[in-house]
Design a protein around this ligand. Structure first.
Ligand SMILES: Cc1cc2nc3c(=O)[nH]c(=O)nc-3n(C[C@H](O)[C@H](O)[C@H](O)COP(=O)(O)OP(=O)(O)OC[C@H]3O[C@@H](n4cnc5c(N)ncnc54)[C@H](O)[C@@H]3O)c2cc1C
Length: 419
């Protein structure tokens, strides 16, 4: 079992979890593999509906991307242009925001302290980004979107977020940001309160398929009516699922806390900010006013000193007024990106389901996915079928060649970002 990374989030958790590893042969209605947002949201939804659930986690609750991410809660599903061709428009609009509703409901219902705040801007680097934001704005308008949302010109953007680096922006007050690890741990606590058994340090070694599949760890097993694989880019169970998305690394630094003047100068409205590049930059302030700055790097290294050395100049290019700021934390994680970007939701056997590959938009969509998994197990397949109906584009090349191919793919996107 690996402990949490040396992230800002791990250093500020509300609770250090200590769920006992799986021992002996157990039974459940549903066995969930992976205790990130997907696994925990699935387990919690099922428990709310009266199912008995066991969650098996190789490491710790929220150890994967769910406990390391930028904490930006962004509406919409990656690859929506593909979904629009096959999905009813009203259903898609409902799914666009469903994860937000689930998070808000759970934060309220279970009293989860995860610093949830609303306010977000998409920032434009190129004129084409402004055109895309205008389309998104029109989409919101066409649905009578009742939350504050508006296009910002260059000056308004600078006033709002303290940098003149962008051509303009789209402000959306329905999106927001939160402490992801505290959300995940709080949801896990809520799930156990409803009877879910969570086992940390319980890596699943194999699934023995059958009428009641058996999920096997080193020290035990769970026989269940259904299994949900929620290991995302970290999963090790069904290698054939790996080829349907490629792993991309993203890294974040957390500075020392800003002074009041610095906060007023860089982000007075406490917004989450994200650019639309593939090799994107995303940032916000933490509850204790550290600057959390994330960016993707085309590398497989995760040495904190290297991450800080790479990220700090990028941050200072946007905010030269922070010259001299210290970096207290640096960490990274792995994102699963399907080639066509649409999350991969499907089954590997009649009673073994999976949900993965949210392309860096998982805070919202994993919560939707947990509900879709729970519906599917109950026999309601409407939303499951939308995703399962979109064929996976298999990543070319054997496992050996995958890393260099991924590096090439990221390079391709880096060049495209510059056009
Ligand atoms: C650095 C970074 C920044 C990001 N920023 C954002 C953001 O700002 N906004 C946003 O919406 N999304 C963001 N994302 C994406 C988001 O974090 C993910 O989409 C989401 O957390 C995926 O959740 P998950 O539960 O599917 O997977 P994970 O959280 O990765 O969880 C998978 C879990 O499965 C476990 N596991 C794997 N194999 C096994 C096995 N064999 N047995 C038992 N357990 C196993 C792993 O240990 C892990 O804990 C970011 C991701 C990263 C890495």
């Amino acid at each position: 079992m690996q402990p949490h990374t040396g992230s800002y989030y791990a250093a500020t958790v509300n609770e250090v979890t200590d769920y006992a590893p799986l021992q002996g042969d157990q039974q459940a209605d549903v066995c969930v593999i992976g205790a990130g947002f997907t696994g925990i949201a699935t387990a919690l939804t099922l428990a709310e509906r009266g199912y008995s659930v066991r969650v098996l986690e190789a490491n710790k609750v929220g150890w994967g991307a769910s406990g390391r991410n930028g904490g930006q809660m962004i509406g919409g599903i990656a690859g929506e242009k593909h979904l629009r061709k096959v999905c009813d428009a009203d259903m898609l609009w409902q799914m666009h925001w469903r994860g937000h509703d689930i998070i808000a409901e759970r934060v309220e219902k279970y009293g989860i302290h995860c610093d949830l705040k609303y306010g977000y801007v998409d920032v434009a680097i190129k004129p084409r980004h402004l055109r895309d934001f205008q389309e998104e704005f029109d989409y919101l308008e066409s649905h009578g979107f009742e939350y504050e949302h508006r296009m910002l010109d260059r000056d308004e953007t600078r006033e709002m977020i303290g940098t003149s680096a962008y051509l303009g922006a789209l402000l959306n007050m329905r999106n927001g940001h939160l402490h992801p690890l505290n959300l995940c741990i709080g949801e896990a606590r809520a799930a156990t309160g409803l009877g879910v058994s969570i086992h940390e340090g319980s890596e699943v070694l194999r699934i023995e398929h059958g009428a009641r599949p058996k999920v096997v760890t080193a020290e035990g097993s769970v026989i269940a009516d259904s299994v949900v694989i929620a290991g995302n880019a970290y999963h090790l169970v069904e290698p054939k699922l790996r080829g349907i998305m490629f792993p991309v690394n993203s890294f974040i630094i957390a500075t020392e806390p800003l002074t009041e003047n610095q906060v007023a100068s860089v982000n007075p409205h406490d917004l989450a900010i994200c650019d639309p590049n593939f090799v994107l930059q995303y940032y916000r302030l933490s509850a204790d006013k550290r600057f959390l700055f994330g960016a993707r790097i085309n590398t497989f290294g995760d040495d904190p000193a290297y991450i800080a050395k790479h990220h700090l100049p990028l941050l200072l290019r946007l905010y030269p007024q922070l010259e001299g700021i210290g970096v207290d934390y640096a960490w990274g994680g792995t994102i699963g990106v399907p080639l066509h970007r649409v999350p991969r939701i499907g089954r590997v056997a009649p009673n073994v389901f999976y949900s993965q590959g949210y392309s860096g938009h998982g805070v919202n969509v994993t919560h939707l996915a947990g509900e879709i998994m729970a519906d599917t197990i109950a026999g309601t397949l409407e939303r499951f079928d939308v995703f399962a109906g979109i064929k996976s584009t298999r990543f070319p090349g054997s496992h050996t060649f995958r890393k260099p191919l991924v590096a090439l793919g990221v390079l391709y996107h880096q060049i495209r970002d510059k056009l």
